[in-house]
Design a protein around this ligand. Sequence first.
Ligand code: GRF
Length: 209
Amino acid sequence: MLRVVVCVSGGGTNLQAIIDGVQNKTIQNTAIVGVISNNRNAYALTRAEENGIPNCCVSPRDYADRADFNTALLQAVKHYEPDLVVLAGFLVAIPQEMIQEYRDRIINIHPSLIPSFCGKGFYGLKVHEAALARGVKVTGATVHYVDEGLDTGRIIAQKAVEILPEDTPEVLQRRVMEQAEWIILPRAINEIASRQSTEPGSGTNTNKR
Ligand code: GRF
């Protein structure tokens, strides 16, 4: 069973897609063992509560400095003993110590076709504003492993989405979520989970249970 922790900051529609995928079995061999948010008001935490998923908030506001926050975030993740950490709209720079601890076991969903419109300053609506400003006719979403860079890890999956002439950033964001994010993120998790189940010794969680 692939133990998954999902890190969130906002509405949690990607988290909901994962929850739904586990429930309708399009995601096999997977359990969401925890949800962590940096934002105590994130509706994603409500979604976790409504689905009986353990959850917590680790807010930078509660710590003296970034180093203390980073330590607390890593401890919160380790508490759930995950095999895989999924960043689903998590607007926090991942601490280097967390990347080292979970090397090749952290994935992220980004709302563009990397390497377009990614990196510093490209998050949420800003990504779609940039795509519209550039005048591209196709955009989409990318699932990738998280490494020390920003949106630079190995790409796992991508799905293209057409941009229409009258699109606003909000309309485009919703189409990218519906037609790309909510499809490729659950699919990527299912593929990782199926690899774990077919390669028993490959349990990606080095923690002994
Ligand atoms: C999504 O657009 C996602 O691509 C980006 O942040 C947003 C999160 O949305 N990383 P939600 O919290 O999953 O609804």
